[in-house]
Write a protein that binds this ligand. Structure first.
Ligand code: SF4
Ligand code: SF4
Ligand code: FES
Length: 366
């Protein structure tokens, strides 16, 4: 490389953006516009640093590692939670878009883009984020854990506690006491650890009110997690483990069990029987008027004769396979995840598939 090349200045771009400024002490809120010149490789965090350095030193935000490890720089860009040090600005500038930056959701704002993380840490502490191996003194020999066993909690171990999932959680928005995706993913990190000895008390605790069954399965946490932890999947694993251990007193667990029974018997969800089977006869009687209304409008099929899916044998065979191979609990979900990951990898390596996936949706529809 020539000396001239080494000293070449990086190409710059002009980055316009809007930031919601907020002061919890005065209650003042204002959307301010900024514009700075930044190198083309700049991420959102670099741009915020430039604004703070050159334009407005009063801007408040958190940061530390600048490399997607510490989890400090969670904030919202255009209403979705991101890590500021992960978001490249070049494509946004090229698209002519002016992003709106704001503080994360579901947590109280202290100032500008800084949120109070106390409620977040309180919930993480509530799931006892440490291992209980069932002894106080270490054993004489080291305890070997197989890679296969550790694979079960691999994704959950990647969490950097940034709070992006919590920011987007629908359940937390309506119930601030809901434990939430980050704490529950941490909960599975220990329930699924082969060295842990307190699985049952942990599961009982996580099955209480504001626990796993209060998740609405909106999947926003999976979508927004910058580290691929997939907290919703961790919650599903906790549910599967609970049912495997006979912890099924919550209505959510009863619903899940009925879904399985429905799928294996008729191959589809028998909603008309859902209420009596899960909430009891008294609740079912109270809901008769509503059920008749649904029936009249064709929203549910008549309960008799029960509708049996054409390919019900496949559903039954799948259920039997899971039973024979003892893939109950979290393990079945983990195996499914790994199978899907292998499939995705194989597809991405297939040149034909790769070419097809590069075709714009409009072209692919022609
Ligand atoms: S899937 Fe559940 S935990 Fe995740 S964001 Fe939605 S409600 Fe919250
Ligand atoms: S699960 Fe993902 S989004 Fe949630 S705190 Fe952990 S790393 Fe952040
Ligand atoms: S600054 Fe550490 S994750 Fe962004």
């Amino acid at each position: 490389m020539t000396e001239a090349a080494i000293h070449t200045e990086p190409t710059t771009m002009t980055v316009p953006l809007k930031i919601w400024r907020y002061d919890a002490q005065t209650g003042e809120k204002e959307l301010r516009e900024y514009e700075v010149d930044a190198p083309e490789w700049a991420c959102l965090l670099d741009v915020l640093d430039l604004i703070k350095d050159k334009v407005d030193g009063t801007l408040a935000y958190r940061k530390s590692c600048r490399m997607m490890i510490c989890g400090s720089c969670g904030m919202r860009m255009d209403g979705r939670a991101v890590l500021a040090c992960k978001e490249r600005m070049k494509p946004i500038v090229d698209a002519g878009h002016v992003p709106v930056i704001s503080a994360m959701g579901n947590l109280p704002i202290v100032k500008d883009l800084v949120v109070d993380m106390d409620p977040f840490w309180g919930k993480v502490r509530a799931v006892k984020p440490w291992l209980d191996p069932g002894y106080d003194e270490p054993t004489e020999k080291e305890r070997i854990v197989s890679q296969q066993q550790m694979n079960v909690i691999h994704k959950e171990s990647l969490c950097i506690m940034c709070g992006c999932c919590v920011s987007e959680c629908n359940s937390m928005e309506s119930d601030p006491d809901f434990l939430g995706p980050a704490a529950l993913a941490k909960g599975f990190r220990f329930v699924g650890d082969p060295r842990e000895r307190g699985q049952i008390p942990r599961l009982n605790k996580l099955n209480e009110e504001h626990g796993i069954w209060d998740c609405t399965r909106c999947y926003f946490c999976n979508e927004r997690c910058p580290k691929g932890v997939d907290p919703r999947d961790a919650i599903a694993k906790l549910g599967a483990e609970s049912i495997k251990e006979g912890i099924d007193h919550d209505m959510g667990a009863k619903h899940a069990k009925w879904f399985v029974t429905s799928a294996k018997t008729t191959g589809w969800l028998r909603e008309t029987e859902l209420v009596p089977k899960t909430q009891g006869v008294v609740s079912a009687i109270k809901e008769v008027k509503f059920a008749l209304k649904l029936l009249r409008h064709g929203k549910v099929p008549p309960p008799v004769p029960p509708h049996v899916a054409e390919n019900v044998r496949e559903a039954r065979a799948l259920h039997e396979l899971v039973r024979e191979q003892d893939r109950h609990g979290a393990l079945g979900i983990v195996q499914g995840e790994r199978g899907l990951a292998r499939l995705e990898q194989a597809l991405s390596q297939d040149p034909e598939h790769a070419a097809a996936s590069r075709i714009a949706p409009e072209e692919s529809r022609q």
